[in-house]
Design a protein around this ligand. Structure first.
Ligand SMILES: [Zn+2]
Length: 216
């Protein structure tokens, strides 16, 4: 005599065991008696999944969905768009703040790193990983270093120098901007502090986009 069917929910307790379809379980038992999960090495069960190109059981698939999601080109592209948007917002805010107040506040680097990473994680629905971390670092660095370009332009124009054709030197300005955090070192201690804060900001962005085992 086979074991009687017991519903977990209790909703179908009155149904006779014969009315509940069990062919999928039977199929599994007949066709793949030794098929093991590539992750936990336990029998896979009725439904199999692919996690990290390994055949996995439903439980491991549920736990591994974040790593699956991080492989998604769509989520990564979306994450890059969000991150780039945040980098532009961060650059604009930093430059505008500095131009208006004439204050260089290195700590803005922390805020920009946080903003870029937060936006990227929003775009990826929580998925992260190495390439997300690299992108977050690049975007944060670009936003902070390139903010020095509009600041320089504004300062030069405020000094009455309005005859410069900025578009003709745009390329040089961009290169100068990218290098500017290191050029600051010529200013001595304040330059070193600025660079240290920049690295802390990059670290914030890097850590926040590591991703985890979160389900999306
Ligand atoms: Zn498993």
């Amino acid at each position: 005599m086979p074991e009687t069917y017991k519903s977990i929910t209790g909703l179908v307790d009155d149904l006779p065991a014969s009315s509940i379809p069990q062919f999928s379980t039977a199929e599994y038992r007949q066709e793949s008696p030794t098929q093991l999960c590539g992750i936990c090495r336990k029998p896979i069960g009725v439904r199999s999944f692919v996690v990290d190109s390994k055949l996995a059981c439903a439980r491991c698939a549920a736990r591994g969905s974040a790593s699956l999601a991080s492989d998604s080109p769509t989520l990564f592209a979306q994450s890059l768009i969000f991150g780039a948007g945040a980098a532009i917002v961060g650059l604009t805010f930093y430059a505008a703040f500095t131009i208006v107040t004439h204050l260089y506040i290195g700590y803005v680097a922390l805020a920009v790193g946080w903003l870029v990473a937060k936006a990227m994680m929003m775009g990826s629905k929580g998925a992260g990983g190495t390439r997300y971390q690299l992108a977050a670092v690049v975007l944060t660095y670009a936003a902070i270093s390139l903010a020095s370009v509009p600041i320089l332009v504004a300062r030069t124009m405020q000094q009455g120098d309005t005859h410069i054709d900025w578009s003709s030197v745009a390329g040089q300005l961009a290169v100068w901007g990218i290098a500017s955090p290191f050029l600051q070192l010529q200013r001595g201690v304040s330059g070193v502090i600025g660079l240290v804060i920049l690295f802390v900001g990059l670290r914030v962005a890097y850590k926040m986009t590591a991703g985890g085992r979160k389900t999306i």
